[in-house]
Design a protein around this ligand. Structure first.
Ligand code: GLU
Length: 264
């Protein structure tokens, strides 16, 4: 399937893509993600990265035995891990001659029209400067995300809201799963990958279930919420495996395996 000529692309990467199971940074994957993103920049497109991983990387850096349950511990880990993540992004993007910026957002800021406009203006100026904005939720103040209650709740939702605010035409979600299946592939070996979704049906929502993986907070359920937001805003979305982030190039070339959400 050949995709459209996209100009502004948001790429969302989850903790399970960015880190090894023990929590350490997966430098090889981050390198491939950055290289593919720089290639898009070099071809004249604009790129935004929505990154998770702050808590996981912070837990690893602080040498904590496991992901903490107490909120201040998670927030402290996120604050530490976010620095490390930005350091690595800055280093890799610089190696390919590109500049990055850090944007830490909360849902209230994105819902209130005045502050949302400030965020949109910042994105617009960063694009003019040729900078790659790197976005995460501001975990220090956005407690609801970490408690999995409301707020953005997860970076899948954040990435869709960001796509709408920054005027993207494509959202790519790189995940530990290849796309949307007609049943849960972890428990059903006959589950089939759905290649194209022009409308999200109740059956798809039922098959998506809940729950994410150990390191992250998302899951197919939150990806469908993201797809709802993106499609509602006229933005196409693509879910693919983050196993090899070079897949971004194949997605734009129309040769990747994954699930496309949008109008054909
Ligand atoms: N903001 C969280 C972090 O950086 C991740 C939330 C998510 O993965 O959905 O660790």
């Amino acid at each position: 399937m050949s995709l459209k000529e996209y100009k502004r692309i948001v790429i969302k990467v989850g903790t399970s893509t960015l880190t090894h199971p023990g929590g350490g940074l997966n430098l090889a994957r981050i390198e491939r993600l950055v290289r593919a993103s720089c290639d898009l920049k070099n071809s004249g497109r604009e790129v935004v990265i929505v990154t998770s991983g702050a808590v996981g990387v912070g837990v690893d850096k602080l040498g904590l035995p496991s992901k903490p349950t107490a909120l201040p511990d998670k927030q402290a880990a996120a604050a530490v891990g976010q620095c490390t993540l930005m350091h690595i992004y800055d280093k890799f993007f610089s190696e390919y001659g590109h500049k990055v910026a850090q944007l830490l957002l909360t849902r209230d800021v994105m819902e209130e029209s005045g502050t949302r406009e400030n965020v949109a203006n910042t994105f617009a100026r960063l694009f003019e400067y040729g900078v790659v904005p790197i976005v995460n939720e501001n975990d220090t103040v956005s407690v609801k995300e970490l408690e999995h209650v409301t707020s953005f709740g997860d970076n899948d939702t954040l990435s869709a809201v960001v796509s709408a605010v920054c005027g993207a035409d494509l959202l790519i979600i790189l995940s530990d799963i290849e796309g949307l299946y007609d049943a849960d592939p972890r428990s059903n070996p006959d589950a089939k990958l759905i290649r194209t979704v022009t409308e999200i049906t109740p059956e798809m929502r039922a098959a998506a279930g809940g729950a994410g993986t150990a390191g992250g907070t998302g899951g197919m359920h939150t990806k469908l919420i993201a797809a709802d937001i993106a499609m509602g805003a006229g933005i196409d979305m693509y879910i693919a495996s983050g196993e090899d982030p070079s897949i971004i190039t194949s997605i734009l070339g129309g040769s990747a395996t994954g699930t496309f959400f949008g109008k054909l």
